[in-house]
Design a protein around this ligand. Structure first.
Ligand SMILES: Nc1ncnc2c1ncn2[C@@H]1O[C@H](COP(=O)(O)OP(=O)(O)O)[C@@H](O)[C@H]1O
Ligand SMILES: [Mg+2]
Length: 313
């Protein structure tokens, strides 16, 4: 990843009648980033991606993809972007290779170039061995990867993938994550949308959270993860002693919140490591049988919920 901004939106805004689907979204994406675009259904993810892909006109604002303004140069933007819609048709009665040939022809690639590009795309999505198989016999995960191979045919630097993991089983999702990483390593810049958050956690470099059309957070993943809450999260497990532990936590100045969960207690803590050690000592000398005590990284899920909560009734 470089510092070069490959894709940028400027107060991008879209209304459908009275509905504001995307509200003044300004977002910048460096080359080589894998951006997780997350938000609940109806948040505006699809609308935003379609505008960036120059497939849907903004009501206000604009975006630049590889330096090209989407309003001024929609055609050129199409050549820079591979777009995977959330619903798409595959041609079941075609073989894998034939399907990609079809799109290679649509992009007016010559036979030699077509062969090269299709070989490359099939290798990238790990379907090279399936090239002569009928699409209808592929698993759901393979079909999804084939659809992604199709977005690679014109070798675009930017990939916009709308809910690619929807409906996949854990194995299929896992394979997709590998694929995203490979694509980023091969120099692509990706925006991947989802309303399922946990699946994005491991592979994204950046996060953008949309809620009711508003970009409520965006930036490098680590930064967004931290931004939802100051301080640390500590996980504590004990053998019994629940009431005593609660009393200690309640009395500790640096403990902001705590909750008891299945996997133990989760404590929001505003102190540093030394303060953590002091808290642990207090617990032990207070007779609590501590079986686990450790800092826990915030997950995107935590961030997401924390950011969305204030907007919820
Ligand atoms: N073609 C359309 N006509 C009218 N309203 C639409 C249309 N497409 C989307 N919307 C509305 O815009 C909002 C955002 O939708 P969408 O971009 O599909 O969100 P997401 O992809 O995050 O689920 C929703 O309220 C949706 O109902
Ligand atoms: Mg959508």
């Amino acid at each position: 990843m470089t510092d070069e901004i490959l894709l940028e939106t400027f107060n991008l805004h879209r209304e459908y009648g009275d509905t504001v689907a995307v509200r003044d979204v300004s977002l910048s994406v460096p080359r080589g980033a894998v951006v997780a675009l997350v938000g609940p259904n109806g948040a505006g993810k699809t609308t935003l991606l379609k505008m960036i892909a120059a497939l849907l006109e903004p009501t206000e604002g604009t975006a630049r993809v590889c330096g090209l303004d989407i309003r001024e140069y929609p055609r050129q933007v199409h050549s820079k972007v591979g777009f995977l819609p959330d619903f798409y048709g595959l041609y079941d009665e075609l073989k894998v290779q034939e399907y990609l040939e079809y799109f290679g022809r649509a992009y007016r690639l010559g036979p030699r170039e077509r062969e090269e590009v299709i070989d490359g795309a099939l290798t990238q999505v790990d379907l090279a061995e399936k090239r002569d198989i009928l699409i209808e016999t592929l698993s759901r995960g393979m079909r999804q990867r084939l659809a992604i191979a199709r977005t690679l045919i014109h070798n675009p630097p930017v990939l916009l993938l709308d809910e690619p993991a929807a409906g996949l089983d854990p194995e299929g999702r896992h394979e997709l994550q590998f694929l995203f990483r490979r694509l980023a390593q091969a120099g692509k810049t990706l925006i991947v949308s989802s309303h399922i958050l946990s699946e994005l956690e491991d592979y994204c470099s950046h996060i953008a959270i949309l809620d009711k059309g508003v970009l409520v957070a965006s930036g490098p993943a680590e930064q967004v993860r931290q931004s939802s809450g100051k301080g640390r999260q500590i996980r504590i497990r004990t053998a019994g002693n629940a009431q005593e532990l609660e009393a200690i936590l309640r009395a500790a100045d640096l403990v902001q919140r705590f909750s008891r969960e299945e996997e133990g207690w989760l404590v929001s803590f505003s102190g540093d490591e030394e303060d953590m050690a002091i808290l642990l000592k207090q617990m032990v000398s207070g007779g609590i049988q501590v079986t686990f005590f450790g800092e826990e990284k915030r997950t995107i899920q935590d961030t997401y919920l924390a950011l969305l909560r204030p907007n919820r009734p």
